[in-house]
Design a protein. Structure first.
Length: 566
């Protein structure tokens, strides 16, 4: 009997899992099985377009990793041949492995990556896209702030972690003094065949520039207050970040002239401002800083304000009812400026001898000598409430020299001397003549520039004159001439007792005076002869004839020459 011939079954094939979807670059593990014992397996894997490796040969269970370089799922087909006892089964359907692509993140061109914003503003929404354009794409991200290299908590306003189809626009604030940034790590996930495949994270950046602020000095609400016509102080800027530029301009101009209307300097310079009316004016400046850093991206900051208030000045103006040419030493002249309630006054006067009420609106002046001409007055008026003051224009007064009268005439005369003429300047007015020891016999009135005097009393006497010139100035000083009035000698003749007889001697005499000289004369001379005493106060005459004759005596003071006859 012959041996039987064994007939072996064709091995079948089981796979676990029955189907499989994997992510690119993720190992696919497939366990092969058969109901026929001792079955072995050989297989050839062939990938579609974009699969690396494109072809793989293997035996036994499958544990292979495939890379899908495309943007759609690609099938890898496994031709598996089970073999047992020399029998194989090459006609089985292929085992299909789905390899999902690895999704990448695509950021839009607008807004750009990186996006630059200013602190305190909103970032722009960023719509997310993927290299995989099939349904099933989702996105997730985390965000962190940097300064820009070190992590920082100085940037706030962004949400992390987050997900969705876009990075939302959010109001971002930064307290950094320079650019900072937010790094968004965005991951796209593609879900297909029950398998979610995440791509590599992509980074989107938002650069956050500081929004500058500037502190002004002085600043509102008080600003600064000056008086009209004076200089303000410079308004200085202190920014919180650098570099910063500025634009400043006058946004309110009320009642003043002329403000500096705008500028781009790092301060508002000092300037002289003048009010155009009688009430307070002001100029209000707005200063806008702009941060110039941040990779060529500028950020304007908030506005700051500083106001210059300008108070009006008083308006002192000196007036007087008196002329501007006055006599030197003229007293009690009044000069005024308008009296304003709430204002104070301070006068400055040169060329005066006395000044009274110098802290009121009306000052009384007694002027000094003409050598101080011109006299001047100014008054400084101050508004007490604001301290603003103004000094008036100079008010000048010409101090006219008073005339100095002259007086010509005899200053040594004899007692009873008449017809003595005294003369002063003509053409004046209000002549004032006074005299002692004599009498004015003609002239000497208010309209006369001369006087005729008879001196009656021996001794030292005087005559004085003054007048007023064409400017109304009296002479100074009045002219006084001292006049010496010398006394006359006594020349009264007396004779001895008894008759005077022809051919006899007879005595005649006058009062004795040792400082006088006496000259005796007989008229006619042939009637008699002075025999003794000629030149003295007592003589003897021998009468040569009879009849009526004259004995004449001239007495002369030796020192003055004054004489009298009897």
């Amino acid at each position: 009997m012959s041996n039987p011939i064994p007939i072996y079954p064709i091995p079948n094939l089981t796979t676990s899992p029955a189907s499989l979807t994997v992510c690119s670059n993720t190992q696919a593990s497939i366990t092969l099985g058969s109901s026929v014992q001792n079955t072995t397996y050989s297989w050839i894997a062939t990938g579609g377009t974009g699969i690396i490796p494109a072809t793989v040969n293997g035996t036994g269970n499958i544990a292979e990793t495939f890379q899908n370089t495309g943007t759609t799922p690609v099938t890898v087909s496994f031709a598996i041949i089970p073999s047992a006892n020399g029998c194989s089964n090459p006609g089985l359907p292929p085992y299909l492995l789905m390899v999902n692509p690895k999704p990448g993140v695509v950021f839009p061109a607008n807004p750009t990556n990186p996006q630059t914003i200013c602190s305190g503003t909103s970032s722009a929404l960023v719509n997310l896209q993927s290299t995989v354009t099939l349904p099933g794409i989702t996105y997730a991200w985390t965000a962190a702030a940097y300064d820009p290299t070190n992590p920082t908590t100085s940037i706030t306003g962004f949400t992390t972690p987050n997900n969705g189809n876009s990075i939302p626009g959010e109001n971002i604030a930064s307290t950094l003094l320079g650019p900072g940034l937010i790094k968004y790590e965005v991951t796209a996930t593609y879900t297909n065949g029950g398998i979610s495949c995440s791509g590599d994270p992509a980074e989107y950046q938002v650069i956050v520039n500081p929004s500058p602020t500037v502190a002004l000095s002085p600043s509102d609400p008080t600003g600064q207050t000056i008086c009209s016509g004076t200089s303000s102080q410079a308004i200085t800027f202190a920014p919180n970040v650098s570099p910063t530029t500025y634009v400043w301009q006058a946004v309110e101009v009320v009642g003043i002239n002329p403000p500096v209307l705008n500028g781009t300097t790092d301060n508002i310079p000092a300037q002289v401002l003048t009010v155009t009316g009688a009430v307070q004016g002001h100029v209000k400046y707005k200063v806008t800083p702009t941060y110039q850093g941040g990779i060529g991206f500028t950020c304007p900051g908030g506005d700051s304000y500083s106001t210059i208030f300008v108070n009006p000045l008083p308006a002192p103006s000196i007036s007087s009812t008196f002329p501007t040419t006055v006599c030197e030493l003229q007293p009690n002249l009044l000069y005024t400026t308008t009296n304003v309630i709430g204002n104070s006054y301070s006068w400055n006067v040169t060329g005066a001898s006395t000044v009274t009420n110098g802290n009121t609106n009306a000052v009384t002046v007694t002027w000094g000598p003409y050598t101080a001409s011109p006299g001047t007055l100014t008054v400084t008026e101050t508004i007490i409430a604001t301290g603003c003051q103004k000094t008036s224009l100079v008010y000048s007064v010409i101090l006219q020299q008073r005339p100095i009268p002259t007086l010509t005439g005899q200053n040594v005369v004899c007692e009873a001397s008449a017809g003595n003429l005294y003369v002063t300047e003509p053409g004046m007015s209000n002549y004032d003549w006074t005299i002692s020891g004599g009498s004015i016999t003609s002239g000497g009135s208010a309209t006369n520039n001369s006087a005729v005097v008879t001196w009656n009393t021996p001794g030292t006497h005087w005559i004085q004159v003054n007048y007023i010139n064409g400017l109304g100035c009296p002479g100074f000083p009045a002219k006084n001439v001292t006049v010496t009035v010398n006394p006359l000698p006594i020349s009264t003749i007396s004779e001895a007792t008894g008759p005077a007889c022809q051919s006899q001697s007879h005595d005649y005499q006058t009062s004795a005076d040792p400082v006088s000289t006496f000259t005796w004369t007989i008229i006619p001379p042939t009637s008699g002869t002075v025999t003794t005493g000629q030149g003295s106060n007592s003589i003897t005459i021998d009468w040569a004839a009879s009849g009526s004759f004259i004995v004449a005596l001239t007495a002369t003071k030796n020192s003055s020459g004054c004489f009298t006859s009897s």
